[in-house]
Design a protein around this ligand. Sequence first.
Ligand code: MIG
Length: 749
Amino acid sequence: MKLGKIKKYVNEGNRISVDYENGKANVYLVTDEIVRFEIPCWMENYASVAIEGSKEKPCNYKVYDIDNVICIENQNMKVKISDDFFTEILDAEGKKILSDYRGERIIQRTLSDKSKKELAAEGHDVSNLEAHNYKVQIIKEIGEGDCFYGLGDKTGYLNKRDYAFENWNSDIPQIHNENMPAIYKSIPFMIGKTCDAVYGLFFDNTFHSYMDFGKENSNYFYYGADDGNLNYYFLYGKKMTDIIREYTYLTGRTGLPQLWTLGYHQCRWGYESADDIRAVAKGMRDNRIPCESVQYDIDYMDGYRVFTWDDEKYGKPGDLISELEKDGFKAVVIIDPATKKEDGYFMYDEGVSKGYFATNPDGSIYVNKVWPGDATFPDFGREEVRRWWADSHKILTDMGVKAIWNDMNEPASFEGPLPEDTVFEINGRITDHREFHNVYGHFEGIATYEGMKKLTGKRPLVITRACYSGSQKYCAVWTGDNQSIWAHLRMLIPQLCNLGMSGFSLAGTDIGGFGADTNKELLCRWIEAAVFSPFFRNHSAKGSKAQEPWKFDEQVMDIYRKHVELRYTFLPYIYDLFYQGLETGLPVMRPLVLHYEDDVNTYNLNDEFLVGENVLVSPVVEQGATKKLVYLPRGTWYDYFTGQAYEGMQYIVKDAPLDVCPIFIREGSIIPTYEVVQYVGEKTYDRLILVTTPGDASYDHFQDNGEDYQFEEGKYNLYRFTKTEDEKLVTELIHEGYKKYEKIDIRRL
Ligand code: MIG
């Protein structure tokens, strides 16, 4: 993609179009902080899937050229564009933030032809010994010590430096290793941190893409894609929190969840009848472990036909749901996109007659095998298909279903991947699987969200496995089929933190591990590490060891109960973080580097995290460990359980026997908490308990009905609590529109 020399440029509105010898490029000033770079080598006027509507704001900037370099300058930065669309971005003081790499890609390894042959002969992959240049590609310089964050659900560590990844939504039932190129989601957004700057890059292209952060060569990082335009956004910011705010300004923010969805959920692929579900629900209540749902995996369906119910094993549709609802359980059911190919099955018949399924190039319906056997794939890129799918959820909501769990939407298929030329549509434009694959789950998510919103009037919970940037507007996510191994317990922290920094605030892992057998110690440590996982669900696979908390011993049950109760205690704090996120885009679970980016000790901190700004959690994630090395950043931190104070900017060794997950509260905190209930809705929350630590503090707390959209019409309360050095607490109601608490108490740490 060598564009050659600049011939001329035109500045119109927010766009600077550059004519090169061999093509053209555009630079768009989206806002004063966001600049978009585009080479429309594939399509002019590409409409983003991730970004809905225009995000352009009036911008103040000037454009001029010196020695054939185009300079675009505003209050924040200076963008220099040269021949070959070589770009350089400087801050207002002229310090370089990010620059394209001038050289070629060179793999830093040497291998003689002889060795290459020998390796190949033994079956090793030698295809990656030479740099493969992609149709769309951009290479940027790396500085020593640069760190990279974001990228959604990728495996491995918090900092992606020295690793390479791909974006191609993949169903991976095998162990998710740290060097795996891709799992279920494609979120081509990264935050770069240099020694004196931070920035964001969002590569908005849905084709199979590749990102390498210095693994190939420590002098550069690159982005490549198999097709599409070169189309990326540079996000300027003084702090990482600015970058996240801007990224979520572009691609949207996680909506306010219903309060109950933030409670505890129990699941297992292996509850095979109404009695199984009933027994688990009873187990939760009998053992006094708070719980909102016992989720229905694929066995509830009649022969895995979506939108049906197996009444032989699960009773009359609706009966079990309403029986359990009396005890506070909300029904959450799984839906797969693959629709059984079977004449006489209403979804198939309707889909065929209306032409709703993806086709082969010759127009025949594309078929592959998934759970129901031969199956077809709804083309969710079309609005009428989404509407059909959305409306089909009435069958479920009529039974009392409250939330939907979308699985297998990479899309997964048992007989090999869908061919590249399978035909889909994106809002009226015909395309193929190569472009559509990574947004299949995204569009299914929109359909499901719209359906549930219309049918229930409540804020939908749609839990999805596959998605793309921007899906956070519609979906919660879980990280798919992890395993009951310590490596996956450890990975929970960087994975959920990076999802959070990529806009996906409502995320969780399968607590206890999905595949393989969990054990007592692992399950205890997992529930501890997951207490603040925004989506909070224990799930396991058929054939694995049962992992409901009472399947072990009294000690496990006590530890489990203690931590689920802790979750319910902190519910209003977590809910507030979602409320604040509507404005800031910031996630609930955050790596320390997000708030302490000048502290090098936080750059690679993989085993602790913050919840909001005021709670620091440092779980034990090593088998056998009963002490934890905790890093505390600047300030004073208070042990949540004992109140003991610790000075920050140091590592401490904390005792953490099996029943303890070290939690610290920052000085000057006011944390809203509730009394424990067995499920949200068991009683009204009329008492708020503020946990406080010494020091000046101010905190805004949001309260509404926790369910629907009435808060958007002002039906909510916003309390402002202020505390000064003399430790007196002042309460103001800065917005009143909902029934107030009867009591507000204080618990001083
Ligand atoms: O290939 O529906 O990730 O959570 O329990 C298995 C059965 C299909 C994969 C999901 C998992 C779910 C399971 N599904």
